[in-house]
Design a protein around this ligand. Sequence first.
Ligand code: NAI
Length: 234
Amino acid sequence: MSRVVVVTGASRGIGAATAEAFIRLGDTVISISRSGTGPAGVARGYSVDVADPEAIRDAFTAIVNEYGPIEVLVANAGITRDGLALRMSTDHWREVLSVNLDGSFYSAQAAMTSMIKNRQGSIIFIGSVSPFVGIPGQANYAAAKAGLVGLARSLATELARRNITVNVVAPGFIETDMTVGVANERDTVIAQIPAGRIGQVEDVASVITFLASQHARYITGAVLPVDGGLGMGL
Ligand code: NAI
């Protein structure tokens, strides 16, 4: 059973590990990232800015034309531009909303056209524990990631009868390029995590492949924390 799986932000970090996990399952994996690269084994890498709705539409049309209906979308591309709200520039506010929230919507909208026709699919948004625990300096990021929960739940309701599930995976601290900045505060961060360790990309990828599998076909509109207990299901 080889599915067509699109992973945004698959050039590194959680996205690359997720793409690798689907490749190991025998799926046809398409990577979308700014650089257009992806891990070994991806069928194709597209260089697209997810915040550009036209470019996203064109890329998804090209994917469907070449590989057939999309069965799984992992909307993972994301950025941070941290700073205290008092001094946060409008650019940093907009940039984070554009990539994390707008980009996820554009990707989901483009993918669902194909899923609705095919009457099956799984959309997985990569959220964060950030909106649930309150992290200073992340007003833009937390707002964008909280927005994904509302987006996912509306879509879950709209698409459930079409046999399409829509869920959010909410990672805590995961070791990637995005979190190198917290390297100096490693011990403080670990002290807050009940599991006593920072998460690895594979911890998140395995939950994503589960949500996209038949084992999870009755799960929709859910927010699944992958955070070693940091948010305790908030
Ligand atoms: P990363 O910085 O290692 O990778 C981000 C990926 O997104 C890269 O492939 C990058 O090219 C892509 N990307 C960024 N902006 C893009 C754009 N405009 N268009 C297309 N691609 C774009 O980050 P990481 O840690 O792997 O994060 C992946 C997702 O997980 C993000 O949505 C992030 O917010 C989320 N997350 C990460 C956590 C962590 O601790 N690392 C915790 C909670 C959530």
